[in-house]
Design a protein around this ligand. Structure first.
Ligand code: COI
Length: 356
């Protein structure tokens, strides 16, 4: 019996796969044939169903639209050269989803439901997992308050859904970031560590301003003093300073990235010392000036490992040195790729096999 035998499936009458140009995917432009939906009602999650991806009927009074109870995860599935499909570290994503759900007063999801739902959906849409270099099937589980009511309240009804998308690289070129000293993404004690929809909506305006100035992303700083670096919204950030891998330590205002954790875990194996600590703007500026900062990069499920080419600090652009195949970010990116593709042994047990 396979997982697809245990979850009700209504198959799409016609696959949209022939319309997809797998050599030109971009990020998030195509949604696979099927989606998974489970309802929470009467204090429990009901059996999930897999159905054709389509628009859904929703009430305009749905609570998620008004009061923001909406959280998501981002994961990736890969198909290796033997045709084995794996999901990268879904157990850790599941734990983070439940931390986000708890912070937003939403019902938790069991690991069993989460993993079976993901695996069953991927089995049904196995043909959508791309195989070309740098591509993967992006998995987007999300939970939102579906109850229709206008009173300000914690909802009693929710939907857990998963949609998937074959994707290429998130950034097509090295990234230019602007250190943000006016606007705030998240304050300590707020929801910055949770993957809730509002964190992203609130970041759009300052990001749009930065983009108008020629930057791709904002590098958020702490809400109290605008002195210390938090993260970059779509990714965590890392630096190589004086030969050491340095990244902001986790607080309640930044996301506990799974790629961040994976890279910190691999650092020792790649012979680099790591430091998780406060990283001030002053330190980044000084080390850009004295040449001690040799690498800067963003890390995340979508971004994977994305080179940062320019950092704007107090309105001044600092160029980060060019990278080579010997740079830490290239070595760790290759190592992650090799582990995911079964080229190097998965000694940490990160690949969750969906279908072999
Ligand atoms: C991810 O890396 O999965 C993210 O959630 C970042 C962005 C695509 C929202």
């Amino acid at each position: 019996m396979t997982l697809t035998d245990t979850i009700a499936i209504e198959r799409a009458k016609q696959s949209r796969l022939p319309q997809i140009d797998f050599n030109n995917l971009g990020f998030g432009n195509h949604i696979s044939d099927h989606m998974l939906v489970a309802d929470y009602q009467g204090g429990r999650w009901h059996e999930p169903k897999i159905m054709p991806y389509a628009n859904m009927m929703m009430s305009p009074a749905m609570l998620a639209l008004h009061y923001g109870q909406s959280v998501f995860e981002g994961m990736k599935a890969f198909k290796n050269s033997q045709g084995v499909i794996t999901i990268f570290r879904p157990e850790r994503h599941h734990k983070r989803l439940n931390r986000s759900l708890e912070r937003m007063c939403m019902p938790s999801i069991s690991e069993n439901l989460f993993l079976n739902a993901l695996a069953a959906l991927i089995e049904v849409d196995a043909g959508w997992v791309p195989t070309s270099e740098g591509s993967s099937l992006y998995l987007r589980p999300f939970v939102f308050a579906s109850e229709a009511k206008l009173g300000v309240k914690v909802a009693d009804e929710y939907k857990f859904m998963i949609i998937t998308s074959p994707v290429g690289p998130y950034f097509s070129k090295p990234v230019r970031v602007k250190v943000e000293e006016e606007y705030v993404r998240a304050a300590e004690g707020g929801t910055g560590f949770a993957k809730c929809a509002g964190n992203y909506g609130g970041a759009f305006y300052p990001t749009m301003l930065a983009q108008k100035q020629g930057y791709d992303q904002v590098l958020w700083t702490d809400a109290k003093e605008h002195k210390y670096i938090d993260e970059s919204g779509a990714m965590n950030v890392m630096f190589v300073i004086d030969g050491k891998l340095v990244t902001p330590k986790l607080t309640t205002s930044l996301l506990d990235g799974v790629t961040r954790d994976s890279i910190l875990t691999l650092a020792g194996e790649l012979g680099i010392e790591k430091e998780e600590r406060k990283v001030s703007i002053a330190e980044i500026e000084e080390t850009c000036q004295n040449g001690k900062l040799t690498e800067a990069f963003g890390v995340g499920t979508a971004a994977v490992v994305s080179q940062i080419a320019v950092i704007s600090i107090h309105g001044k652009d600092y160029s980060v040195p060019a990278i080579s195949s010997e740079s830490f970010q290239m070595r760790v990116k290759n190592k992650l790729h090799n582990i995911r593709m079964g080229i190097e042994p998965d000694t940490h047990g990160w690949n969750y096999v969906v279908r072999s």
